[in-house]
Design a protein around this ligand. Structure first.
Ligand code: T5A
Length: 210
């Protein structure tokens, strides 16, 4: 049986990276082995694209270039990592995926959603996550956490309105696809966030098992 594809989404500094290992450990308790990966990235070539995308000190990147680079990295990641791993029955847990493109390029940059949709279909066919955990927190809180962690990357250096649009776009996706996208309140303590994640995952596991 094919593995399940779970994605973690949310704005800057909401705790995706912090919680991914926790989710892996949780699934391991249920004898489910999971590959951890991230976007943009996940293969050598896609990680090189990531570096170019996050670098703050190069020539300005046109928004069309940015969008195409996200999907170029994603095509490589799906073909060489995600799909082969799922085919072997291992689950994949990915730090960001195509919802991030709808949120950042669609919401943040105001790019045409039908173009993103076209690229999504072109690159992914009908491949979509089985479950998405959306960690949601007010922009200021996530940015405070990101700033404490060190130097800001090219996306983190955007204006507040950009991040407000990103957050709203994520919430819109969750409203439109409530069966796939589960919102986690990321304003709480780490302990409380992990409690919510555990509850949500356990409910979903039952559904997966039918
Ligand atoms: N992007 C990506 C697009 O524009 N389009 C796309 O299609 C894709 C896939 C990638 C960038 O690329 C953009 C979006 C991004 O800007 P990234 O590094 O993957 O960059 O994403 P970031 O959001 O920048 O990752 P961060 O590491 O900043 O955020 P996380 O992973 O959500 O936050 P995390 O876990 O590192 O936590 C940040 C800090 O907060 C603390 C942690 O200890 C850490 O110090 N923390 C908490 N503190 C208190 N209470 C809690 N509950 C806490 N949770 C975490």
């Amino acid at each position: 049986m094919s593995g399940r594809f779970i994605t973690l989404e949310g704005g800057e500094g909401v705790g995706k990276t912090t919680n991914i290992a926790y989710i892996q450990a949780l699934l391991a308790e249920h004898n489910i082995s999971v590959l951890l990966t991230r976007e943009p990235g996940g293969t050598a070539l896609a990680e090189s694209i990531r570096q170019l995308l996050l670098d703050n000190e190069q020539e300005a990147i046109a928004e069309q270039t940015e969008l195409l680079m996200m999907f170029a990295a994603r095509a490589q990641h799906i073909k060489h990592v995600i799909q082969p791993v799922l085919d072997k029955g291992t689950w994949v847990l990915c730090d960001r995926f195509t919802d991030a493109t709808y949120a950042y390029q669609g919401g943040g940059r105001n790019m045409d959603l039908s173009t993103i949709q076209w690229l999504e279909n072109f690159v992914q066919g009908d491949f979509r996550p089985d479950l998405t955990l959306l960690l949601d927190a007010p922009i200021q809180l996530g940015m405070q956490r990101a700033v404490q962690r060190g130097k800001l990357d090219r996306f983190e250096s955007e204006q507040m309105t950009f991040f407000e649009q990103v957050r709203q776009a994520y919430l819109n996706i969750a409203e439109q696809q409530p069966e796939r996208v589960m919102i986690i309140d990321a304003t709480q303590s780490l302990e409380s966030v992990q409690k919510q994640i555990k509850q949500t995952l356990m409910q979903q596991l039952f559904k997966f098992e039918g």
